[in-house]
Design a protein around this ligand. Structure first.
Ligand SMILES: [Zn+2]
Length: 276
């Protein structure tokens, strides 16, 4: 019997950024050092069986990761890495979505896209325009989207109301009323890397109300794991990626009263459905 690609997935990290592309490293490593660190990460993720969706927020990031994947021997061994492209709200004043059509066409997912009024200085009017344009492109190309919603949840829930495709809200941390809007709209949700270590009442509610077939787990990349633990970058290692994901998988399984392996299979199936 032929096995589908999905049978090879051990664990899915639905939303991640390469460690080397975090501000801390980008500023102080040479180009070669950045590539070497990217290779290390790809090899580690491959070794631990972590299938990963790398979110590329700029055309340069897409190009960089694409190059690393071509160079990386370990990545060639199976197709366990996927890139997703969308102009990140943080960079929405630097790029015109219309100039990125080829990347949108090549990307199986459009994202992360959205708006952010906490960690971002770009005027909201600019963010909104770029987000709206990307929603249109995703609808036209019939691609699913991944949302970044930091403190713009209400506005974003409004803006996606007529979006015809699948929507995934990444690491939701907004209000409860807005959560209901996304839930009613049938969105998928990724639970953040801090799920088990910072099990908030919001997470409790999300786990109660989001159906298992709408859930994903993510790390947002190793730099976010360091951030959520308030640790220095040097004190986290690639080994933390499978550890965080497995711990969160166990917590979700417990809350959903499912067996871990049953949930693992369910997450794979969700990914297949989200991207097909
Ligand atoms: Zn992200």
């Amino acid at each position: 019997m032929l096995k589908s690609d999905l049978d090879f997935i051990c664990m899915l990290d639905m939303h991640a950024h390469l460690l080397c592309l975090s501000e801390e490293y980008r500023g102080r490593l040479t180009k070669q050092e950045l590539s070497a660190l990217a290779m290390q990460e790809l090899a580690a993720r491959r070794e631990y069986g972590i299938d990963t969706v790398f979110s590329c927020g700029t055309p340069q990031e897409w190009e960089f990761i694409q190059k690393c994947l071509v160079q990386s021997e370990t990545a060639k061994q199976n197709g366990s890495f996927m890139l997703s492209f969308g102009i990140h709200p943080w960079y929405s004043d630097r790029f015109d979505p219309q100039d990125c059509r080829e990347l949108f066409m090549a990307s199986p997912i459009v994202g992360e896209i959205g708006m952010d009024s906490v960690w971002c200085e770009v005027p909201l009017a600019v963010q909104r325009r770029v987000f709206a344009q990307q929603l249109e492109i995703a609808a036209e190309l019939k691609k699913p989207i991944v949302l970044h919603t930091k403190e713009q949840e209400r506005q974003i829930a409004e803006m996606i109301r007529d979006f015809p495709g699948k929507v995934c809200v990444h690491w939701y941390s907004g209000g409860e009323a807005e959560f209901e809007k996304f839930l009613e709209a049938g969105c998928y949700f990724t639970l953040g890397p801090d799920l088990a270590e910072n099990f908030t009442p919001l997470y409790e509610r999300m786990l109660r109300e989001i159906l298992a077939d709408r859930l994903f787990l993510e790390t947002d990349g190793l730099s976010s794991i360091a951030w959520m633990r308030r640790q220095e970058m040097e004190s986290v290692s690639f080994r933390d990626i499978p550890e965080v994901l497995e711990k969160n998988l166990e917590l979700v399984a417990r809350e959903k009263q499912m067996r871990t392996e049953e949930l693992r299979a369910c997450l794979k199936k969700n990914f297949h459905e989200f991207t097909s």
